[in-house]
Design a binder for this molecule. Sequence first.
Ligand code: UT7
Length: 341
Amino acid sequence: MKTRFKPAGIIGIGSCLPENVLTNSDLEKMVDTSDEWIIKRTGIRERRILDKGQPAYSIGYEAALRAIEDAGISAEDIDLIIVATETPDYLTPSTACILQGKLGARNAAAFDLNAACTGMIYALSVARQYVSSGTYRYVLVVCCEGLSKVTDWQDRKTCVLFGDAAGAVVIGEVEEGYGIIDTYLGSDGEAGRCLTIPCCHMDESDIEKRTHENKRVLWMDGSEVFKFAVRIMEHATEKILDLTGTLPGDLKMIFPHQANVRIIEGALKRLGISDENMMPVIHKYGNISSASIPVSIDEAYRAGRLLKGDKILLVGFGGGLTWGSAIIRWNKNQPGDTGVN
Ligand code: UT7
C-alpha cells in the first residue's frame, strides 16, 4: 500500500531581538570605520546585541514561546525541538535541550543542527520529514544566534556585519495543497575555510588569520563569501523554482538570507524578482545568520503582508559552505484573523 505523506507547514511563528541597539556611530568609536562606508557596502544601520552575560538561548526561549502561542498549542504537545545555531551557548547541553527544559516540553526529543546561515532551511527540511511521515505531530524549530559572542570587536572587516536574534516556527500538519511544497539543500566543504569559527581545535592557519588576542572568533574572507553568495543565491532560487514548477511571477514574497543588501539586490535583479517582494530587516538587525529568514517572515506575517494561499520562496547560504531553498504555500492568515480569506 502506498504511504500517504501528510502536508506539513508553519502553523506558528515568533521572533525575539535583544533590546541593546549598537549603531554604526557606536562602531565608529570602536574601530576605523564610518557610518557611510557601512551603509554603502552592506545596507546595515544598526544591530541588536545581547547584554553582557545574557545567553543566546534566552532570546530563543522568547521566540519559541511566541511561536507556540501563535500555533495555539502547549509546550507539552511538542514532539521534537530542533535548534539551528552556529553559536550555541554550550556544546553540551545543546541549546535544544536547554530550551526543552525551560519550556517544560516534557514530551519532546531535542537536538541542535549547525548549517550556519542556512540553518532555517536545513531545519525546516528535517522537521517536514518527521511531520510528513507521521512520526511526529509537532516539531518546534528555533533559529537562535548570539554572534556578538564570537565577533572580534577589533576587526572592522567583520564586527560591523553581525547581530544577535532568534526566530522560531512550529511545524505541523496543514490542509492538502498548503505548507512546505519542497526544499533543496546543498554543501561544499572544500570551500568552507573562507568562513570559520573555531571551537575545540585550531590549526596554524586559524591562529595566523586572527591578528588580535582573542582567537576564538569568526574570521571571514568577505569577498570570497560575497562571490559565492551571489552565485549560489541565484542557483538555489532557480533550482527550487524548477523543482516545484513555480514561476517568479507566482511568488507573493521572497525571503532571502540577509547578509548584505548588495548580494540580495544583485541576485534578485538577475532573477527578475522585484525587491519590493521582500521584507528587509538587515538595515536594523545586521546579519543575524540562521535567524534572518524566520525573523523576516515573522515581521511580514505580523505586518499583514502574508495571507493564506500566498506562495513564498526562502533562500539561504552561509558557512560550511551550505545553501538551501524552499517553496511554501502559506497556510495562515494574520494573527487575529478568523482564517477565511
Ligand atoms: O552570512 C554569511 C555570509 N556572509 C556574507 O555573505 C558576507 C559577504 N561579504 C560581504 O558582504 C562583503 O564582502 C563585505 C561587506 C564583508 C566587505 O565589502 P567589500 O565591498 O567586499 O569590501 P572589501 O573587503 O573588498 O574591502 C574594501 C576596502 C578595503 O580597504 P582597501 O584594502 O581597499 O584599502 C577594506 O580594508 O574597505 C575596507 N574596509 C572597511 N573600511 C571601513 C573593510 N571593512 C571596512 C569597514 N570600514 N568596516
